[in-house]
Design a binder for this molecule. Sequence first.
Ligand code: FA5
Length: 354
Amino acid sequence: METTLQPELHQHLQDAKARIDAATAAEELRAVERDYIDKGGVVAGLLAAITTLPPEQRRDAGQGANILKGAVLKALGDRKAELEAMAIDAARSGHGFDPSLPGTSIRRGSLHPVTRVTRELEDIFSSMGYDILDGPEVEIDVYNFERLNIPGDHPARDMHDTFWCEVNGAERDSNMGLLLRTHTSCVQVRTMERLQPPFRVVVPGRVFRQETVDASHEHTFHQMEGLVVGEGLTVGHLIGTMKTFLREVFQKEIEVRLRPGYFPFVEPGFELDARCPFCATPGAGCRVCKQTGWVELCPCGMVHPAVLQMSGIDTEKYTGFAFGLGLSRLVMLRYEIDDIRHLMGGDTRFLSQF
Ligand code: FA5
């Protein structure tokens, strides 16, 4: 394999192999993996440099980097297996056991980026007096749609490509319309049923839609619902809440704008955009905001009086606002992840970077 490599890559491979062959412990192999394979390592550097090459050299350079990566990974795997076999032999024969040597350290896992951001947001909202609630992922039609002002024939249902559940062959009409929840808004209804106003809650969770998957759409993704009901609440409180929360997340003042948005369970409804926190000059545009200067952050609005009434809340006395943060998209924004499929893909090379 290495004979096809350019001299520079060949040298990298020789250096890596020398370290791998000399390694006597898993930590040393992990260090080689970090230096060559992980984000910021030699292979990533070679791939990043490809854009600076003349077009006719790029294909070979890309192939070379991938061959180097494959060869280093193989050598790492082989040496790991060798070390493990040596350790087993030593243990069996009773030789080579030195009680004064430090033990083999256990490789620690890390928190998934969605879990990290969820916990961070939970802390922020808790400090603002919110309760953190949960709800079932398998829902019934009434909570996911009906009581959110989306009756059976409502066109808004088409926007949610729903996974309907069949139970023992029983179809929708006879199993209460069992479904995988398409949004966390169903927990709004469950909350209004259980709690007396005033209250403020956030509900992080997994939701499901029968979507065509691409770099920004998943069939399984995360949202965080917010619901506040109390006396005298207005759009001003909604905007103030979102600005406070953004200031905490990005540790700086973030400008927001509201565009009209339609959701049957809020009136008025909005799409809230934030000034892109990554542009070098605010509003100038960058890769993250696709040169627009704004990032779409979350739909929101004042809870529709019909929704409050269906849950038995006195609309003469109380108003409320709600928001539905696209948590997966916020995670992508936070860590500059360019493809949502990494989040649920289960690739440990991606996950070990967090
Ligand atoms: C809703 O789901 C509403 N329940 C949100 C809401 C709550 C509005 C409260 C008003 C009041 P929407 O379908 O736009 O709205 O989804 C909300 C967010 O989820 C989107 O802004 C986006 O960030 C994220 N999202 C939607 N579909 C996907 C998908 N397929 N993959 C990843 N994220 C998605």
